[in-house]
Design a protein around this ligand. Structure first.
Ligand code: 9YW
Length: 411
């Protein structure tokens, strides 16, 4: 029988095997570069056995920060032909080859947790990272707010590529002139688990537009048809600003403006409440229309410090419909697909963020979520994600963030 100790070792080995010297790739083959929020999870995983390596992970990520404060979603430290779209397609304008979009800002929250594990070792790292984190968050506050909620400009930005929340805004894009390109993801894993060609044409079309506009935010704001106010981004930034405020106060650093930012984001979070759906929801900035989706991102409200009895009722409902929650899309919806990426599967990372929030609020479902995530990984391994109905593993294997979640939370 595999014991917790065996699994701890397997998880540490995955982090070490995916270590490329200062940064960690999500998984060999499918994702051979440094991804932004994957690295933040990896850092918290490393912190359980090697705290200096944990800080290094975040520090390497921030070497790619752009002049305007943006921290890119992929950093191409060394070239790898196995991934598409690579650095030339993106044409990022930062100091290190990178993509031109960002990802959910969880780095400040992970840095706070790592700092708390060993404040003495963490203090110099935290002091150096703090202004960089602030610059990144300021970039969001300056360029990406709609009614106080954070909006995304590409489905990859929310980290939830093909969730049904983006279906309607994606429909409006005509990718006729996208040209020929060769997908690489479906050469590594089964195509039935991946986004469709409909989605991929539009992902690439949006990248081509961003590159043409030199990733200029004011111009993108005018031209980009895809702008969706998103619960992932809004809740993670709200939480991250709270973490920076706490850290800034503890270390005597500049906290100017943070309290106001938090108020703005709190009202932005409320602007994502869909009263008919009785859930936090994504909102199309261009049309004002709701996505009408209960997704796993809807349940990040507690992580952001917002309690909601109605959202609790939704959580109870979706958890009762699958063996392993939290499904990335409502199992009661006709769009639910238990194996297709963000259209149904369970993701350990989302469970950890949701779970942290639930634990902090002493929510009665907190322990259940942690226990089912533990059972899921123990029974089905360190897969990228899992079918929530039976737990079958899907996507990439030996996945960094699933190993990190095991070490830092689920075990
Ligand atoms: C992409 C690496 C990334 C994750 C995202 C996930 C997927 C594809 O893989 O994105 O090309 O960015 O949706 O959340 O960070 O694991």
């Amino acid at each position: 029988m595999t014991t917790t100790k065996d699994l701890d070792k397997q998880a540490r080995d995955i982090l070490k095997q995916n270590d490329r010297g200062g940064y960690t790739i999500p998984t060999k083959g499918l994702y051979p570069y440094q991804w932004n929020w994957d690295s933040a999870f990896a850092a918290l995983g490393f912190a359980q056995f090697d705290i200096e390596r944990a800080w290094q992970e975040l520090e390497t990520l921030f070497t790619a920060q752009w002049d305007d404060g943006m921290v890119p979603h992929i950093v191409f430290h060394q070239s790898d032909p196995g991934y598409f779209p690579g650095p030339d397609i993106w044409g990022g304008t930062g100091p290190v080859p990178s993509s031109g979009i960002t990802q959910p800002p969880i780095a400040a929250t992970m840095a706070h947790l790592i700092y708390q594990l060993d404040p003495q070792k963490g203090e110099p790292h935290m002091r150096a990272l703090y202004p960089k984190l602030r610059a990144w968050h300021d970039w969001f506050m300056q360029w990406r707010l709609d009614q106080g909620a954070v909006y995304i400009t590409h489905p990859w930005e929310a980290g939830r590529d093909n969730t049904p929340e983006w279906d309607a805004p994606m429909e409006r894009i005509d990718p006729a002139n996208v040209g020929e390109y060769e997908r690489r993801d479906t050469q590594h894993v089964d195509g039935s688990m991946r986004p469709t060609k409909f989605d991929y044409d539009r992902y690439i079309w949006l990248v081509q537009m961003g590159k043409r506009l030199n990733w200029n935010q004011p111009q993108l704001r005018v031209e980009n048809p895809f702008q969706v106010a998103d619960p992932t981004m809004t809740f993670t930034l709200l939480r991250a600003q709270r973490d920076l405020l706490a850290l800034g106060e503890a270390l005597g650093l500049n906290i100017n403006g943070l309290a106001d930012d938090i108020l703005r984001l709190e009202s932005g979070a409320q602007s994502l409440w869909n009263p008919e759906l009785q859930s936090f929801d994504a909102r199309d900035v261009r049309t004002g229309e709701w996505a009408n989706c209960v997704s796993n991102a809807s349940f990040l409200c507690w992580y952001a410090g917002i309690d909601s009895p109605e959202q609790s009722a939704q959580l109870e409902r979706v958890l009762s419909q699958v063996k392993y929650g939290v499904p990335s899309h409502d199992p009661a919806s006709p769009k639910f697909d238990g194996r297709r990426y963000w259209r149904g599967p369970t993701w350990a990372i989302m469970n950890q963020l949701i779970g942290l929030g639930l634990e902090e609020m002493n929510h009665p479902l907190a322990e259940k979520l942690r226990a089912t995530t533990r059972d899921l990984i123990a029974a089905h391994g360190f897969a990228e994600y899992f079918d929530p109905t039976d737990g079958s593993p899907a996507g990439g294997k030996a996945f960094t963030w699933t190993a990190a979640v095991w070490l830092s939370w689920a075990n």
